[in-house]
Design a protein around this ligand. Structure first.
Ligand SMILES: Cc1ncc(COP(=O)(O)O)c(C=O)c1O
Length: 486
């Protein structure tokens, strides 16, 4: 933009403004050019800008245009204009401050990966009922009056709460009523609101199953509460250890534990409820994949047994898709207002149109039909996985096959779990070792294999890669262990 043979006084900054664009107003271009030069540090703080007269002459524009530009940049805080000392670049603002490390280290969150992903619990995304969802969305939009496009309905739409209460009562033997349902952005938000509820009651410590769902622990910590890891065995959480630890609340997965697959045994259910009532502790029941079971009848919810002490949390992430971010809490009545207020403060309420679509999907019966069909697909995929494992690793033992979207492949006691996971990854297969689910209570080595997401061919190929990784890592008796990750 500068003409050759500068008329700027000596010492004037090199402004580095771009060439004029004839289609844009010059003042806007000059403003943008100066802003950008200041932001990028080409014009450093306290640098004196040319006088309006000198710059106008240099650029071949009116002096008034430059004066107005300087005034605008002064109003925005980029420059300071003082009588007598001209116009100078302002000192840096807070925007350039170093905020330091985040208070809580960001945990690894699930994300798509290259290769074959055996992420435990990931559903088959190709099963998403696009047609039925599209119909439900159109139905929701057609029925929605303009007035309902505003704020409000913070507990979720009445239609969805009615549909969920009926569904949870019928399918999950829950003690449900629409006015005790609060719709959430997936289980994740339900858990977070639950943490806030516990803290609001003066609680400081929340127990989790160990091994368990890692994100639950990270969420509790991110809400500045202490995580209390409690061991879990084939009958579910160890209630005696829980009572001894005396937390303010506990998060459990009674229908199907991640990763070991336990169903909470009837006697433990009774003892867990008795403990919660006696110690005024709250129980959060994570019912994330309860609809997906293959070889046994569904275990009813703990909430149905003790609606006064248990908050039931559900999600559409397994039955439909994680991208919907739709879940729910079923609460004792006295906790509803606190949770609704917390949701209002968190994100101002849910996506009304999608909530109405889900209500329509459930009440029309399309959701039940979809879940029945999905169950058949997962049963078939599970058979492929188990057959491939039996062929490739005839001595291997597989646990937790009755329900859900993952199994646990037990490894020999001296196996290097981390090395096998790393080797499989090099072969393009993403798996997790049991260790990544444990906080305090280490498990014998094992691999957690999700079979929901990959197709059958990929499942077979994944098993071949995993089997080779296991066999390649096997050590002759008496040799030294390999280093982790090698
Ligand atoms: C144990 C457990 N709970 C809950 C969820 C679902 O969470 P969200 O509804 O936030 O997707 C998952 C998903 O992987 C899970 O494994």
């Amino acid at each position: 933009m500068s003409k050759s043979g500068s008329t700027l006084p000596p010492g004037s900054p090199e402004l580095l403004l771009p060439h004029w664009d004839p289609s844009q107003p010059r003042r806007a271009q000059l403003e943008a050019g100066l802003r950008e030069a200041i932001r990028a540090g080409r014009l450093r703080p306290d640098t004196r800008l040319p006088s309006s007269r000198a710059l106008a002459s240099e650029l071949g524009v009116s002096r008034r245009l430059v004066v107005e530009t300087y005034e605008q940049l002064a109003a925005e805080g980029y420059v300071l204009s003082r009588r007598g000392s001209g116009t100078r670049v302002a000192p840096p603002t807070d925007a350039s401050r170093n905020w330091g490390a985040p208070a809580v280290a960001p945990p690894p969150v699930p994300a798509p990966v290259e290769g074959i992903d055996l992420f435990p619990g990931a559903p088959d995304l190709s099963l998403f009922p696009r047609r039925a969802w599209g119909r439900a969305l159109r139905h929701a939009l057609a029925a929605l009056p303009d007035s309902r496009l505003s704020y409000g309905e913070l507990a979720g739409t009445a239609e969805l709460r009615v549909a969920l209460a009926e569904h949870l009562g019928r399918v999950r033997a829950a003690d449900a009523a629409p006015d005790r349902v609060v719709v959430t952005a997936g289980y994740q938000q339900g858990l977070r609101l639950f943490c806030q509820l516990v803290r609001g009651r003066g609680g400081r410590r929340i127990a989790v199953e160990d091994p368990g769902y890692p994100i639950a622990g990270w969420t509790i910590e991110s809400e500045r509460l202490e995580v209390v890891p409690i061991p879990i065995d084939d009958d579910g959480i160890d209630v005696a250890a829980l009572a001894a630890a005396a937390p303010d609340a506990v998060v459990v997965t009674p229908a199907h534990a991640l990763p070991l697959g336990a169903v909470l045994a009837p006697e433990r259910r009774r003892r867990l409820v008795a403990w919660a009532r006696a110690s005024d502790a709250l129980v959060l029941e994570d019912d994330y994949d309860a609809e997906l079971r293959y070889d046994r009848g569904p275990a009813g919810t703990l909430q149905g047994l003790a609606p006064d002490a248990v908050v039931l949390a559900g999600t559409t992430s397994k039955t439909l898709a994680p991208a919907l971010r739709l879940g729910w809490l079923l609460l004792p009545p006295e906790l509803v207002p606190t949770i609704v207020t917390a949701r209002a403060m968190d994100d101002g309420g849910g996506p009304r149109i999608e909530e109405l679509a889900l209500a329509q999907l459930i009440s029309s019966g399309a959701f039940d039909r979809h879940v029945r069909a999905a169950r058949q697909r997962y049963r078939a995929k599970r058979a492929v996985l188990l057959e491939a494992l039996a062929d490739a690793l005839p001595d291997a033992h597989v646990r937790g096959i009755a329900a859900g979207l993952h199994v646990v492949l037990e490894l020999p006691g001296d196996a290097e779990e981390a090395a096998i996971v790393a080797q499989a990854k090099r072969g393009g297969v993403h798996i997790h070792g049991l260790a990544s689910f444990s906080r305090r209570h280490a498990q014998p080595p094992g691999l957690v294999l999700g079979y929901g997401l990959p197709g059958e061919r990929d499942l077979r190929q994944a098993v071949a890669v995993i089997a080779a990784a296991i066999q390649g890592s096997a050590r002759p008796a008496g040799s030294a262990p390999a280093t982790q990750g090698s």
